[in-house]
Design a protein around this ligand. Structure first.
Ligand code: FMN
Length: 396
């Protein structure tokens, strides 16, 4: 049903122990993991953060939260925040451009249990930059200095910033701005190495992360285009950054979190020389209802059973339904579940069916049906193998 065709080979040369991995410490907050799930709108909700923790994440981010909405006690903003009673440490990311409003919002967040408060200086969306927020702040260093100073003075928990490379390729301001932020009290900087103009196109420039690491004394978190454990190792090797932040690569693939952590530890502790020693993808032949397909599956998924994936769909949806209600929870499950079932036999049909489900209980029923289908195919295959053995023994 599923056949491994090839595995990428790895090399193991020039081992050079760099010593045990030190914990990442932001302000006074010591973190057990250096792999940090990135803040993502409509993704990094409470359920997502919970699953990321289970896969080994320590610091988790909320998506950006409007400082104006928070200070007005806006109901929608409060619903998005949703950190009450959550296992710490949670970093809450704020959006805004008014220093006083941001400082007030930071105090509210501190009182509500945020372990770290972060400022969004990277969002490229027009409706955000049009209000001088997100990446538009990168064009106004004087305002950034005032914002960071005001917030840092207003709270006791660490304050951090997340930025892009700059506005466009003619205005690469990240290094200068990071220096200003550190000078005014920021305790860490995350850098997504793309400009605002790039959006999500092209490649993230990791050389900027390396330059920022050389410039600052506070931790630098590298971000952009890490989609495999080998990428994570390459990022720390090339840039020396203190932590690796992953966005899109983790959507529907929470297993990437612990695989990156393990590979980074192997590198740090000298068990592998560089990213070339990290396995790549397996080429796997799977049987779908319309025939055989060859697909690439990351090596770390060898240890993840189909059962674990199916259970995660149920559990993730249940968590979303609990925090957002049945309709939204089930609709939002769709974008995650597509990845959860990537590379399983009959996955194409299951995917199509999952896209139509509207009720939580229907997901359970659908997955039970899929389990029956797997069992039946397993039985058919076993019967086929026995028949082949019988025929071979009979010399037919
Ligand atoms: C759907 C989506 C929503 C995002 N929302 C936020 C956000 O709320 N705050 C933020 O700082 N960055 C946000 N980002 C940017 C990511 O945090 C990250 O910087 C970017 O995706 C690059 O990392 P990646 O290549 O690992 O995905 C978002 C990205 C995506 C794809």
């Amino acid at each position: 049903m599923v056949r491994l065709i090839s595995m990428e080979q790895t090399t193991d040369r020039n081992l050079n122990p760099r010593g045990p991995m030190k914990p990442l410490c932001i302000g006074g907050v010591e973190l057990r993991s250096r792999v940090i799930p990135a803040p993502m709108c409509n993704v990094s909700d409470r359920a997502y953060r919970g699953l990321a923790r289970r896969m080994g994440a320590d610091l988790v981010f909320t998506q950006m939260i409007s400082s104006e909405g928070l200070t007005r006690n806006d109901e929608g903003t409060r619903r998005i925040l949703d950190i009450e009673g959550e296992e710490p440490p949670v970093a809450v990311q704020m959006l805004g451009s008014n220093p006083q409003v941001l400082a007030k919002a930071a105090q509210i967040l501190e009182a509500e249990g945020a372990a770290i408060i972060d400022l969004n200086m990277g969002c490229p969306a027009r409706k955000v930059t049009g209000n001088d927020c997100g990446s538009a702040l990168m064009r106004n260093p004087t305002l950034v200095a005032e914002i960071v100073r005001t917030i840092s003075k207003a709270i006791k928990v660490p304050f951090t910033v997340k930025m892009r490379a700059g506005w466009n390729d003619k205005d690469i301001s990240a290094i200068e701005l990071a220096r200003i932020c550190e000078g005014e009290g920021a305790q860490a900087v995350s850098l997504h190495g793309r400009t605002r103009e790039q959006g999500y196109k092209g490649e993230a420039d990791w050389s900027l992360i390396a330059r920022m690491k050389e410039t600052l004394t506070v931790p630098v978190i590298g971000n952009g285009d890490v989609t495999s454990p080998a990428d994570a190792v390459r990022m720390i090797r090339e840039t020396g950054c203190d932590g690796v932040m992953i966005g899109r690569g983790l959507i529907g693939n929470p297993w990437l979190q612990r695989a990156c952590e393990a590979a980074m530890q192997d590198y740090q502790e000298g068990r592998i020389a560089d990213e070339s020693a990290v396995p790549g993808d397996d080429l796997v032949e799977i049987e779908n209802d319309d025939g055989l397909a060859t697909i690439r599956v990351p090596y770390y998924m060898r240890e993840v059973s189909i059962d674990e994936r199916l259970n995660l769909i149920i559990e993730h949806t249940k968590m979303m339904v609990e925090s957002k209600g049945e309709h939204r929870g089930v609709m939002e499950m769709r974008k995650h579940s597509q990845q959860y079932i990537k590379g399983i036999p009959g996955g194409k049909t299951l995917r199509q069916k999952l896209m139509k489900v509207e009720k939580f209980e229907d997901i359970g029923a659908l997955l039970a049906e899929y389990r029956d289908y797997l069992a039946q195919r397993g039985a058919q295959q076993r019967a086929h193998s026995l028949e082949m053995e019988r025929l071979t023994a009979a010399g037919e």
